[in-house]
Design a protein around this ligand. Structure first.
Ligand code: ADP
Ligand code: MG
Length: 464
């Protein structure tokens, strides 16, 4: 047995692996340790890599003792085991090292805090910025191009053009991502400017605490000494009168001092419930940039980007499938992608539409579970102000025929009903009529931007 690091070679690694397999058993080995790779031995530390953080944590929590004991059989002086995350075919991800050190008989596991911190920017009073949320990682499409451009402008400008910038849009559409991106960009290009990002809830919490300790002046000072203030999800401020009042004053003071403010909410300022009128109008006096629900094209673009970033190859058909079927928001779509990738790496099967359907069963169900053809007909009729009976009637005038075609199209794209089934629900029409409607609407979508937006809105209404 060799006890020196210089001679710990490939062959030792494969024996060590075989040993591990014997120790933990075939099933556990194939599920977890198969993905473990040897990186290096340096003095008394042996380093392994695994493809995902999840695997790293699982292995650390369940197998580190066994790995330690087995490693010591080959290299006696080992007293530290390190695990780093390295996606297959990719590079080691910074800040992912977990170190397990021997202190007497006790092995202590730590996350490499130092390198972890360098990847998030600490924001003092505010919350840290997420390193994944940059402009480079943001995929731009029709629904978010205004918000994107405005955010970039705020981040790059040296003088203020609109104040505040108010980003509004539904959950999971990229508001927080854009705010962090602004923060990163400013840090990078104008490091002297002091940027604070925090959630409205945290803002409120700080304020209430200051009130309790009768220290509101220090609270105010903290905000007044900064250059850019970003407050996320201000819909949560609604109703709390004291906080609103304080928010309003802080806000006014900052604007008067020509400091940039960025706000996000799930609705536009005028639609915020329980917010005082004067605060509403103040919030809306800069630029209100709406982030609209995603389109199919944008969803596909985002998925392609995220898959690439992760260095995994996913067949285009599967990405198309996901973009069609997970329409609620980007976060959910990302979650689906993560699950698929995790499944792929753990089980080792190729990713196909079939596996996607299997692995994402619950997600796919929930995104179309409640939607029936009747509901689609009802919502579309309401939207176009026609009677629901017109969905079944033989009337062919344009004012009812077009909405009917839209409803057929939506029935086809949202539910899993077949063309003949859809035809039957529309007053016993033939499946070719449905096919014609679908084709017609697809043409209109391509040729008419307004129509396309209207359709997306309808889809969203139906989905919610
Ligand atoms: P919100 O704050 O609007 O609820 P987030 O900014 O938290 O949404 O976005 C949810 C997730 O979706 C994040 O992981 C974010 O990176 C991702 N995301 C949303 N929009 C985009 C986009 N256009 N390009 C890339 N990622 C996006
Ligand atoms: Mg958010």
């Amino acid at each position: 047995m060799d006890n020196t690091s210089e001679t710990f070679e490939e062959s030792n690694w494969s024996s060590l692996k075989k040993d591990l397999k014997k120790t933990v058993g075939d099933t556990a080995f194939n599920n977890w340790l198969k993905h473990l790779n040897y990186v290096s031995v340096e003095s008394s530390t042996i380093t392994f890599s695994v493809p995902t953080k999840f695997l790293r944590d699982w292995i650390v929590n369940n197998y580190s003792d066994k790995i330690k004991n087995t490693s010591k059989k080959y290299i006696d002086k080992i007293d530290t085991i390190k695990f780093v995350v390295k996606p297959s075919g990719g590079r080691i991800v910074p800040g992912t090292t977990r170190t397990i050190k021997s202190t007497d008989n006790h092995w202590k596991s730590t996350l490499d805090v130092r390198s972890n911190q360098s990847s998030t920017y600490p924001n003092e009073f505010g919350a840290p910025l997420d390193p994944r949320f940059t402009f480079d990682n943001f995929v731009v499409g029709k629904p978010n191009e205004l918000a994107f451009a405005a955010s970039q402008r705020v981040a790059e400008a040296d003088k203020i053009t609109f104040n505040p910038l108010f980003l509004c849009g539904g959950v999971g559409l990229g508001k927080t991502h854009l705010m962090h991106a602004i923060g990163w960009k400013i840090k990078q290009q104008q490091p002297d400017r002091k940027v604070i990002y925090l959630s409205a809830e945290k803002f409120m919490y700080q304020f209430v605490r200051a009130l309790r300790y009768k220290d509101t002046s220090a609270f105010k000072e903290q905000f007044r000494s900064i250059d850019v203030l970003m407050i996320d999800d201000v819909q949560f401020i609604s109703g709390k009168d004291n906080t609103q009042e304080e928010f309003f004053h802080t806000f006014n003071a900052l604007i008067e001092q020509n400091k940039q403010i960025v706000i996000s909410a799930d609705k536009s300022p005028s639609d915020l419930d329980g917010v005082q009128e004067r605060l509403k109008s103040r919030l809306g006096c800069g630029l209100v940039a709406d982030i609209h629900p995603t389109t199919y094209e944008l969803r596909l673009g985002i998925l392609i980007e995220k898959a690439q970033k992760r260095g995994v190859e996913i067949p285009p058909k599967v990405l198309e499938f996901l973009s069609h079927r997970i329409i609620s928001n980007v976060r959910e779509m990302e979650g689906a992608l993560n699950r698929l990738v995790a499944h792929g790496t753990l089980v080792g099967t190729p990713i196909t539409i079939e596996t996607a359907q299997l692995v994402l069963q619950d997600l796919l169900k929930s995104s179309n579970k409640k939607i029936t053809i009747e509901e689609i007909q009802k919502k579309v009729a309401e939207h176009f102000n026609i009677r629901i009976t017109d969905m079944h009637s033989p009337r062919r005038s344009r004012s009812v025929a077009r909405p009917r075609q839209i409803a057929m199209y939506l029935a086809k794209s949202i539910t899993s009903r077949s063309l003949p089934e859809i035809g039957r629900k529309f007053g016993g029409r033939d499946h070719t009529t449905v096919m014609h409607a679908v084709k017609k609407i697809e043409e209109l979508k391509l040729s008419d931007v307004n129509f396309n937006e209207d359709l997306e809105l309808l889809k969203r209404l139906i989905d919610s």
